[in-house]
Write a protein that binds this ligand. Sequence first.
Ligand code: UD1
Length: 423
Amino acid sequence: MDIFRIEGEAKLSGKIKVSGAKNAALPIMAATILAPGESILDSVPNLSDINVLIELLGSLGAKVWRDQDKKLHIDTDSIDSFFGDYQIVRRMRASICILGPLLARFGKVEISMPGGCAIGDRPVDMHIRGLKALGARIQLENGYIIATAPDEGLIGADIFLGGPFGSSVLATANVMMAATLARGTSIIECAACEPEIEDLANFLIDMGAKIKGAGSPRLIIEGVKELSSCEYNIIPDRIEAGTFMAAAGITGSRLEIENCNLSHMMAVVDCMQNMGTTIEKTQTGCIVSHNGPIKATHITTQPYPGFPTDLQAQFMAMLAIADGNSVITEKIFPDRFMHVAEMNRMNANLRKEGCSAIISGVSGLSSAPVMASDLRASAALVIAALAAKGETIINRVYHIDRGYDRIEEKLNSVGAKIHRESI
Ligand code: UD1
């Protein structure tokens, strides 16, 4: 198991480049199942979550490889299994993305239920509801979802896809992918508007799908008989970019972030500005600089275009040393506060109250041995450690490898001192 040793009180400067978006790459990789032949995906980040999906696609019979330019090739001609094994699916919830494409193209699929995770209960009822509306027969047996399409294929339908916490990103992805091959027109109301869903829609359109309204809460999908494989470039990862912004902010540094689309990050930029950080747009991204104390602020996570839940923990690290008191309210995953106890070990003064965290700013953080509990919480501990006094040890960094492509190499290239050790 790897750990990070992080020297605190870092000062960062220079250029740091954001990789392709994990949360766009995963559903797009699954969407290649919809068409025969070989699709080629550029800017797929090198992450363990991506490797889990590569393994899952391989277990279905697809051929998946990277070429010398690091482009990912997926050849779906040899798919001959429609079974998503628990042993693979339990390692990553986004494995559920193969449900809609397998059902739409092959008419049958059996996949393990993904189960909960450290950030809380994560049901899949909206995925199932949406696919049932398209005519799928779905049973839950022995922890598996068993789905079949009618003999004549899925049928277009009007679907309201809202849930208790608003829209669902991957339920929208699954139902949209399935609807591309359904007979007739589907309308998905209360669809997720995340840029990653828009990117998936653009990929599907390049494959020959007819989709209108991507990026808005109403998707109109006219089913087509078949789709064709294609080549596609994935958008930059707005969560990785936001993590680097928080790293610059907490260390009072100036960083140039390359390959970052600020138009996907307006809530994040607004929040950084409220905290006293300056953000200037450049041709390929932005320059983030912070001088003086961090100003306290209030943040509420919401579906896009609101502030992303995937940056909640990293911004809590920044607010931990703000001048004053802040409140962060989590409206997507009410239990996503595993990092609170770990950051308190570093001298933060955080208190969880229901689905909020009350943050009393302290004058500085101090190092401590801490435990990464999930992907974004571990990124927050890295951010906190960069500013803390002394050397912080972060255990279980495999969580961070799920979603960040060489984070320690990238941060070290701008002046951080993060050492990875295998213990
Ligand atoms: C995606 C992202 C994840 C991000 C999350 C919210 C990927 C691979 N993952 O996860 O990084 O944190 O969006 O922005 O893109 N819900 C239900 N029933 C369902 C599905 C979801 O009640 O069938 C609830 C969830 O418990 C949660 C809310 O809806 O409270 C939003 O979750 P959802 O958007 O589905 O998250 P994911 O798509 O799994």
